[in-house]
Design a protein around this ligand. Sequence first.
Ligand code: G3H
Ligand code: 13P
Ligand code: ZN
Length: 313
Amino acid sequence: MHYQNFGLVNTTNIFKKALSGGYAIPAFNFYNLETLQAILQAATITQSPIILAVSESALKYMDENILIGMIAGAKYKKGQIVLHLDHGHSFESCKHAIDLGFSSVMFDGSALPLHKNISISKKIINYAHKFNVSVETELGVLSGIEDKNTKSKQSEYTDPETAKYFVKETGTDSLAIAIGTSHGIHKLKTNYDNLRFDILEQIVKLIPNIPLVLHGASTVPSQFVNTINKFGGKISHAKGIPAQQIRKAIKFHITKVNIDSDLRLAFMSSLRAQLSKNNNITDPRFFLTEAKNTITKLCISEIQNIMGSGNKI
Ligand code: G3H
Ligand code: 13P
Ligand code: ZN
């Protein structure tokens, strides 16, 4: 099925507007009905364009037919929603997502040798563009764990000259870069203080028209971590990227900001708190409604206080 049948859009126009308008589009990861509903509710309230990000493992978890059923049945404004494969690891995986009805795919070839990253990226872009699907590629490896297929202990920042070459060779629609962020709730100590804005600035100088993507951009709000710990969790040394650093990066052409961990924390903090406060309630929908509301509030806050994408449909 083609994505237009679901009322979805690719990233071309929303990125163009965001790049010239100096704001970013949030890419929120989801993996079940509740997270999808919570994100869509935030999109409706803020009138923000939103990228619904689905990892390979989330696609498997939800069952692709159920996912497509939910997307086909959901209501949203025309021009508002992108369905995006997050961290696709092969041509087959990206092709499959496109054939299912995704409007955007990411090929993560960051762990591959450059020539291999370029050749697979080109093959995917070639296929995707036949269906008007946007493609994000990645250069430079994020520290931490990208997911179970891409592991790296040490951050390898994106080299600006290589980025220019990569964009020219592949014709990518957007580029994920490594400037010090990392996935998960334990951002590296050295990264916490400052992202590499010097590298970002050089990249922008060399490829000024390419929308740039920041993965691993969760702020890891301390209130969620504290609530989780208060109600039986055991999380230590959690650290996010300060919001003000992300806002600064958005001024330097970061056009898509990926957030997954913050939503997980919102979900789990709500569940833990409500479960321990309501020992007599046995209807899961009570707890899941609370969790959904917590995620919606978080997404609204990030849209309004970090992305600046509210009322930009
Ligand atoms: O960047 C990776 C995302 O956080 C997805 O993680 O494969 O556990 O869904 P996941
Ligand atoms: P966080 O772990 O910082 O939320 O990053 C998510 C991400 O980059 C998804 O691709
Ligand atoms: Zn990522």
